[in-house]
Design a protein around this ligand. Structure first.
Ligand code: PMP
Ligand code: GLN
Length: 387
């Protein structure tokens, strides 16, 4: 049959995780923790199931959960979303992204996407009939040690057809975050336009070096045009539960819910009830920076003892490292070789570019996931130091 998504194959995360299993490799590729969530949280799920939370929940999501999301966003970022009309619980951030994009992108609309970027945006744009317009991040080089956003280029990409811009900070795969001057630039760029924004902030609670996270919702002018999306998968070590949410102004939420109610209608009841109770206590997410900083620093320092050149991450549970002293192969070939021959699995950064095989998409960089037990990180480092 003719394909609506001819360019889409199996995602790099699935490919590399399968390879890791086939070759019995230590998997620092796909982004998921190899440890369990807090038993208090899993006990709450059992409790919810035993106390009758087993039928369809309310379409926009559990009341207490939405109320706690509203409180958290207000406390951390200063923006008050109405829990009844502006917050929707979704099946992971993935569904929120798809629903938001399908809700507002019309055939022929342009959507600005930074490159490299997470893999679900472009297929969603194409299903909506939109055209992705790519703006490259500036890659690390002699001038700078990590990726950065060139806001002039972002501004130049806006045309009368631009409907939406997708921003993801802390950024997967590069681990960069935005500073106040970045938000200033963004505010200026969109000020006289009707461009809507998606803020994919699934890693909002995983930020390093004691810097606060600057959400797009911390700026009223941006919040007024933003779908603010996050995920409990990253925050509570529950990527398999697929519970996320979207906060957006009332008219935008109304359109998102039209898609949400016919895509999934609503999401798992006992998980929502458990997350509602658990998220009452802000320490459940405020402890995350310290928890992940330790893992980040352990992997970063460990990689410095190898021939990889690691780049410090500002947020997410990923860090990038340059392998050019070890190999001159392209990133995918290097990642496959490392899995097969050395039994450590990483993700080629080129997979986050639209043309992964092109020279311009290959910077001798691989992505490490450090959401892993100490022993897993040690096991990987014990191999990598001999390369
Ligand atoms: N956005 C980004 C940037 C991600 O890294 C991920 C998860 N890997 C998602 C969205 C999807 O989140 P979820 O698993 O909650 O659907
Ligand atoms: N977001 C995760 C990552 O970047 C993977 C999610 C997925 O496998 N779809 O590794």
């Amino acid at each position: 049959i003719s394909s609506k998504l001819p360019a889409v194959g199996t995602t790099i995360f699935t490919v590399m995780t399968k390879m890791a299993a086939d070759f019995n490799a230590t998997n620092l590729g796909q982004g998921f923790p190899d440890f369990d969530p807090d038993p208090k949280l899993t006990d709450l799920v059992t409790q919810a199931m035993k106390t009758g939370h087993n039928q369809y929940p309310y379409m926009p999501g559990d009341q207490l959960l939405r109320s706690n999301i509203a409180k958290k966003v207000k406390t951390l970022y200063g923006h008050q979303y109405d829990e009844n009309t502006e917050i929707t619980v979704t099946s992971g951030a993935t569904e929120a992204l798809m629903a938001a994009i399908l809700a507002v992108v019309n055939a022929g609309d342009e959507v600005i996407v930074l490159e490299p970027s997470y893999d679900s945006y472009v297929p969603a744009i194409r299903l909506a009939g939109g055209t992705p317009v790519f703006v490259p991040l500036v890659a690390p080089g002699d001038e700078q040690s990590s990726y950065s956003v060139d806001w002039d280029r972002v501004g130049e990409a806006i045309t009368p057809k631009t409907r939406l811009m997708i921003l993801n900070f802390p950024h997967n795969p590069t681990g960069i975050t935005l500073g106040a001057s970045d938000l200033d630039a963004l505010e200026t760029i969109v000020a006289d336009t009707k461009v809507l924004l998606i803020a994919d902030e699934v890693y909002e609670h995983i930020v390093f070096d004691e810097k606060p996270f600057l959400s797009l919702s911390s700026r009223p002018a941006l919040a007024a045009r933003t779908f603010h999306i996050s995920s409990f998968g990253k925050t509570y070590h529950t990527t398999g539960w697929k519970i996320g949410y979207c906060c957006a102004p009332v008219e935008m939420t109304a359109e998102l819910r039209k898609v949400h109610q016919f895509m999934v209608f609503t999401v798992s009841s006992p998980m929502q009830v458990a997350l509602g109770i658990y998220s009452e206590d802000p320490s459940t997410y405020l402890t995350l920076p310290a928890f992940y900083q330790e893992k980040h620093d352990f992997l970063y320092e460990g990689l410095k003892q190898t021939r990889f050149k690691p780049i410090r991450s500002q947020g997410t549970f990923f860090l990038l490292a340059d392998y050019s002293e070890i190999s001159q192969e392209n990133e995918l070939a290097f990642a496959k070789w490392l899995t097969q021959e050395k039994k450590v699995t990483l993700i080629p950064v080129s997979a986050f570019y639209r043309n992964p095989d092109d020279v311009e998409s290959n910077h001798n960089l691989v992505r490490f996931c450090f959401a892993k037990k100490q022993g897993t990180l040690e096991q990987a480092l014990s191999v990598l130091k001999h390369l």
